[in-house]
Design a protein around this ligand. Structure first.
Ligand SMILES: *Cc1c(COP(=O)(O)O)cnc(C)c1O
Length: 365
């Protein structure tokens, strides 16, 4: 029996093994390990890739998000609109700053339902946090119209959307700040934690650059109370290697997902859709089924692992019980949490593995 895991990070390493190993040795031998030439070069290269003016490397995606709200001055007493079905880090970036998340239901593409945003706007609303979930760009044109109409900031959670576009424009360039994670499983992943913000605003870029290093611009001169959130040289080096291959990595994932879309044929499951105008970089291939538990054990019996992204929506997590949002308040979000399933997808996945997954799902009845 074949054994297929939902993700295989080792395959991503072996694809460019020599380059990664050479980069590791170069950095180790350089004698410079934090905020050096690899980080500066990566920031320049990633800004260019993302069609943004500036990029600032940080220690994680969560840091990128909460520091974004911090430099925008959003905190206590402020409300931030966010979709209910997101990874909990999106929500924590709001609450870490003392602001309140206001949840909006998702649409059929798993991104925020723009027709439900305006009814949630109050005097306290300061921003919309847009999450390009699973790798598909959100419906940005109406979101930006709403933000202009009400004078709201827009922060984009691009942790899953490196390179995805809406109407030809890069995610992370619509709003004030784009926030990226380079956690190993992301489409642009390091071999450890990493993150970054992108922006076209030089003041925001400067503020984040100072904030990530104890609020210090000049050594031992501290302008603000900042934090320590620096991208390591070695991770920046690895990210430069991976970024140089990102378009081929993206093409490979797209080919696998095109096969899934074409060859998966089972009425019990619903395949993901792509919004007109949006591109999808396939961070995850997420299907939906009312018989999820049975499907999981069927696949498990064939040696195929799956993951649920995400089984508990943030408003129902133990951590956010204090918000007092009862079960049933976000029926679509909750329904998704009970029916979504991510099937195996990774760079370096063989055709034989793909066929095995497709056949196993098609045979389920
Ligand atoms: C991964 C992820 C984050 C957090 O990134 P980390 O680097 O793990 O801190 C935030 N938002 C979304 C949507 C994510 O998928």
């Amino acid at each position: 029996m074949m054994k297929i895991m939902p993700n295989r990070l080792d395959r991503g390493f072996y694809l460019y093994q020599e380059e990664f190993e050479k980069k590791a040795l170069d950095v180790l031998r350089s004698g410079w390990y934090v905020l050096g030439r690899e980080v500066s070069a990566f920031e320049e290269e990633f800004a260019r890739f993302n069609e943004s003016r500036y990029c600032v490397g940080l220690a994680s995606g969560l840091d990128a998000l909460w520091i974004a709200f911090r430099v925008l001055g959003i905190g206590q007493g402020d409300e931030v609109i966010v979709q209910g079905n997101t990874y909990i880090a999106s929500v924590m970036s709001i609450t870490i700053n003392g602001a309140t998340p206001i949840f909006v239901e998702p649409d059929e593409y798993y991104n925020i339902d723009v027709s439900k945003i305006e009814e949630k706007i109050t005097e306290r609303t300061k921003a919309i946090l847009v999450v390009h979930l699973y790798g598909q760009a959100s419906n940005m044109t109406p979101i930006m119209e709403i933000s202009r109409k009400y004078g709201l900031r827009v922060v984009e959670d691009c942790a899953q959307s490196h390179g995805a576009r809406f109407d030809g424009q890069m995610t992370g360039t619509f709003g004030d700040i784009g926030c990226f994670s380079f956690y190993p499983s992301k489409n642009l992943g390091a071999f450890g934690d990493g993150g970054a913000i992108t922006t076209n605003d030089s003041k925001i870029a400067d503020d984040v650059r100072v904030f990530r290093n104890y609020g210090s611009e000049k050594r031992y001169y501290n302008r603000v109370v900042g934090t320590n959130s620096r991208l390591d040289e070695i991770q920046a080096g690895f990210l430069r290697v991976r970024l140089s291959h990102l378009s081929e990595l993206e093409t490979e994932k797209r080919r696998i997902c095109e096969r899934y879309l074409k060859e998966l044929k089972n009425e019990i499951i619903q395949l993901p859709g792509i919004r007109s105008g949006a591109t999808h970089i396939w961070h995850q291939f997420v299907i939906k089924t009312n018989r999820r538990e049975e499907l999981i054990s069927w696949l498990d019996g064939k040696g195929i692992g799956t993951i649920i992204h995400y089984p508990i929506p943030p408003h129902l997590s133990e951590a956010y019980q204090y918000l007092g949002i009862p079960i049933g308040s976000l029926p679509i979000t909750e329904k998704y949490a009970n029916t979504v399933l991510s099937i195996p997808l990774y760079n370096g996945m063989t055709e034989e593995e793909q066929t095995y997954v497709i056949d196993a799902i098609n045979e389920f009845q």
